[in-house]
Ligand binder design. Structure first.
Ligand code: TEU
Ligand code: CA
Length: 595
């Protein structure tokens, strides 16, 4: 498929059968859909992005090609076969734009330039070409709630109150020597910074070096639409939109009510013009291309979700809802989660969305700890089976699955012991605000980060057992490689037919040829069970049963409601049991049956 072809808007089912489905699966879908325009047996419009498996690449930590200790675009291009072999068909690239890296690229200085550390525009074009050659797709990270303070717009904006770019950002006068309101930054302290040049405050919901753009200014919106077109015209296939629900700010910026001080995202999100701006973006840009969009919906409730993703509203295709990923968190603190809570979220999500809306399934990303250490069991005896169980769940729940780099290898959390080992601005700022002021004890702070830090997922990919896990030839990568790279690495897993990587790949193939696992109705059959997650996916007469033992215990389990397991499709521990109601499950065992 050439870059030119990808600009032609085809009916989804045609794209489906061309790109993402194996022939058998495409036939199966077509059998259920009489014409290309029609819906699945249960009423869904088939779309390529509903059938996709997305692999997130964090470029800084993926693969270093030139020995400077920092991952780069050429490094990603060299590993496309690895990503394709896993069964992913869409890559989400975390920011690759020019940035001073106050927040690892989420602070953009120039939206049309590649970060020098990552390479050149020619390297980007080469990467995109390699992706298209493999019939895969690429989505970019669109970070437009804020820019870098080094972006030319902000450099101008801060110069004077009458600068033409002044109104590109959110400025407030310095009355009575205190901040314009009590808004807090996600990276500690006030969300306002007094700027010496004009003695006014600017708003930054994240770092001081990430000033919030003023979306109420039509010129700002036009600039964003133009830069989106710049990348779409190159042939990229959509965007993951960073904290998109924050772009419209509340009228007159009222104080955070006390109840929101520890969870301000629910106050910052869903401002009065959000829907209007997203619909405008859709009209001006998205509707002109065959693309996928996924909004990072930090601070959006389940009840609000359909207002962003219902296809009849022409806003976004899907969002990331954080209710599962943050089940283990109370503010910044770790809390123990349990299985019925997780199941309840999936059921509520499913009920909140009808056939006009679509969901995402993800258990980790670059802002969260490692999936196997968080939702599985990373002890030596259970790391492999529990990582495979989580892969089974990710690929059989209803929604487009997103896997984060390294989770396909079962990479684990890093054994952090000292503040110096961290890179993340969130960690460093909170250390200053909480530990250095004596509010939190250093040991407690580090102990909590050992479970929750964003840096766990940012340690370099473990490619092989050579020094620094083959990530770089430099002596010191930008962030230390997890010392377990000799045991956990890609080379070893590619060679082992029973590895997590190869299991994921088999599971991805099963999903690709099974429309019921993509579009089928979801039902949780044992919601109160503390250890077993049992659900079905049903499309027309096709029914699949997923059995997951979320514990280290061996469990004799009788299927409820007179159900029999049916025909075994895949399992992570090599069971032969099928066509029976009485299952003998081992610790962290996962199975998929066809009923
Ligand atoms: O993250 C949004 C966000 O608010 C949280 O994930 C937050 O970073 C943190 O985890 C709160 O505890 C997005 C990006 O994914 C993140 O990497 C950026 O730092 C942030 O926006 C700012 O662009
Ligand atoms: Ca490099």
């Amino acid at each position: 498929m050439t870059l030119v072809d990808s600009r032609i808007v085809l009916p989804a089912i045609a794209i489906t059968s061309m790109i993402l489905f194996t022939e058998a699966a495409a036939d199966a879908t077509q059998a259920q859909t009489s014409t290309p325009q029609s819906t699945t047996a249960n009423g869904y419009q088939p779309r390529w992005w509903k059938e996709a498996i997305v692999y997130q690449v964090y470029p800084r930590s993926f693969k270093d090609s030139n020995g400077d200790g920092i991952g780069d675009l050429k490094g990603i291009t060299s590993k496309l076969d690895y990503i394709e072999g896993l069964g992913a068909n869409v890559i989400w690239l975390s920011p690759h734009y020019d940035s001073p890296n106050a927040d690892n690229g989420y602070d953009i200085r120039n939206y049309r330039k590649v970060m020098a550390e990552f390479g050149t525009m020619a390297d980007f074009d080469e990467l995109l070409k390699g992706i298209k050659q493999r019939h895969m797709k690429l989505i970019l990270d669109l970070v437009v709630n804020h820019s870098s303070d080094e972006h030319a717009w902000f450099v101008e904006s801060r110069k004077s109150k009458d600068n033409p770019y002044r109104d590109y950002y959110i400025w407030r006068p310095a009355n009575a020597a205190h901040e314009p309101n009590n808004w807090v930054s996600f990276f500690s302290g006030s969300a306002w910074k007094l700027d010496p040049a004009t003695k006014e405050y600017y708003l930054h919901l994240f770092a001081e070096k990430q000033p919030d753009l003023n979306w109420d200014n039509p010129s700002v919106r036009q600039e964003v639409y133009d830069l989106m077109k710049f990348w779409l015209d190159k042939g990229v296939d959509g965007f993951r939109m960073d904290v998109i629900p924050f772009i419209s700010k509340r009228e007159r910026l009222p104080d955070l009510p006390p109840a929101y001080l520890t969870r301000p995202q629910y106050f910052y999100a869903m401002g009065p013009h959000l829907h209007e701006y997203l619909q405008e973006m859709n009209r001006e840009v998205l509707s002109k291309y065959d693309v996928m969009t996924v909004g990072e919906a930090f601070g959006v409730t389940l009840e609000q979700t359909p207002t962003l993703v219902d296809e009849r509203r022409n806003e976004l295709n899907m969002i990331f809802n954080f209710d599962v990923v943050r089940l283990n968190r109370d503010g910044r603190k770790w809390r123990n989660w349990n299985l019925p809570e997780m199941k309840a979220v999936y059921t509520t999500q499913d009920k909140a969305l009808d056939v006009h809306s679509w969901n995402t399934i993800f258990l980790s990303n670059h802002d969260n700890p490692r999936v196997v250490s968080t939702f599985g069991d990373d002890s030596p005896g259970f790391r492999v089976p529990s990582a495979k169980l989580l892969a089974t769940m990710l690929l059989t729940l209803k929604g487009t699955p997103f896997i984060y780099q390294g989770d396909e290898l079962g990479m684990t959390n890093y054994p952090f012991t000292h503040i110096e080992e961290f890179d993340d601005i969130e960690v460093k700022n909170a250390w200053k605000a909480e530990v250095l002021t004596g509010k939190v004890k250093a040991d407690d702070y580090i102990a909590n980060l050992r479970k929750t830090s964003r840096d766990h997922s940012r340690t370099p990919m473990q490619w092989d057992s050579s020094s620094n896990g083959g990530f770089t030839t430099a002596a010191n990568p930008w962030l230390a490689v997890n010392p377990n790279y000799k045991d956990i690495n890609a080379r070893q897993e590619l060679a082992d037919p029973n590895s997590i990587y190869n299991y994921f790949s088999k599971m991805a193939k099963l999903r690709e040829k099974t429309p019921a696992l993509v579009y089928g109705d979801y039902e949780d059959l044992d919601p109160q069970n503390m250890k077993i997650f049992l659900y079905t996916r049903t499309l027309g007469t096709d029914k699949y049963l997923v059995v997951l033992n979320f514990s280290e215990d061996n469990i004799s389990y009788t299927l409820p409601g007179g159900l029999k397991a049916g025909q075994l499709q895949i399992s992570n521990l090599g069971t032969k049991e099928q066509n029976t109601a009485a299952l003998k499950l081992k610790g962290w065992e996962a199975r998929v049956y066809k009923q």
